[in-house]
Design a protein around this ligand. Sequence first.
Ligand code: HEM
Length: 176
Amino acid sequence: MSNSFSSQFVHKLLQQPRGHPVRESNTRMVVNPLNESSLAFPLLLCFHIGGFVSGVGTIALVDFRLLGLGPTQKSSIQLWSDTLPWTLGGLSLVIFTGLLLFSINPDTYYTNHVFIAKMIALVIAVVFHYTAVYKAARTASPLRGVAGGISLVLWTLVLFGGVFIGSIGADLNNRL
Ligand code: HEM
């Protein structure tokens, strides 16, 4: 009797989509609708990737231009203004989908050291982009390439952070 109960319980657990909270009969809890479908996570990840291709891609164009690489028909500040809608649209999409992804399994993410490092790098990268990179794009100083280089490193850290949340981040959590 107890054996069949526990095997039913294990069977139910295995059927839970990613991050689904285990519900007990008398417990009331708020259920995130995103946890109701196993398609939610991969679909959100697709939009997350689309967002950063547009947002970080256009930022990288300006950074490379500051370094004197890539197409040089347009000045850095012209490139900045022309790509602004794609940068803002992409960053908004990546942040919105990132928050939704986070909501699927918040307990594992907010204790994940790689996730925290990615968020810190993201804040620094955004602030740096709208201050130092913007200033560098408006000047003709030979040092402006330094701002482009630092910006590229910061955004690379954010990207790598995203990729390693599930592997290195989870491993670190298990060890600490
Ligand atoms: C421009 C900003 C961002 C970039 C470039 C970025 C990049 C990435 C990358 C490359 C991945 C891995 C995709 C894959 O496995 O195929 C990822 C996953 C993820 N991102 Fe972001 N991200 C950004 C912003 C955010 C924000 C603001 C949040 C949350 C507040 C967030 C939360 C997540 C989560 C929860 C995952 C899934 C991790 C996993 O379980 O494997 N991201 N991100």
